[in-house]
Design a protein. Sequence first.
Length: 215
Amino acid sequence: MGDFLHYLNFRKGHLFDLTVDHAQIVGYAIGIATAIALVTAILVYRRERTAAVVVSIAGTFLTIPSLALFGLLIPIVGLGTKPTLVALVLYALLPILRNAVVGLRGVDPAVIESAQGMGMGRLRRLVKIEVPLAWPVILTGIRVSTVMIVGIAAVGAYVNGPGLGQDIFAGLSRIGTPTALHLTLSAIFAIALLALVLDALYLALGKLTTSKGIR
């Protein structure tokens, strides 16, 4: 244990840089996936069959093993950040899309009718009433997707992607050497810590952005 702590202290700068890269690729992927999922949900949530088909399509991406998906993307977008980003976006879509559809459908029809009676147009109702009321459910989907792809992002090192997966694969390739275990465990520890920190941030964001009346 002492050796491992010494290793963490010695490599803290390197681990910090990898953690920042890891958080950045996750952040980019969640931002893109959230935009795609919200726009798609707004377009289909009133059409039950269409929404079911779209959610099912998003769900198929999660059935593809991560190593296989990253490998399939190499001939299309090459190596590095691009295949990692594309794969993470595809994996992040389902929880956000499904929760957005459920949240928007869960808005009380009486509230929408009241807004219509006040002369609110479709877009204004959506922005002022429907999305804010559905926000807690939508945010939960974003939170689940974020924590999920924090782990999956490590596989991006398989295609030379950024992040902590680089140390995991480096450690696995050096099994039998004194540094192999430390390389792997330090990266795993950093990924778990990053997931916990992001989860806590989402909890705080939920409290700050959700009206007390609908918590």
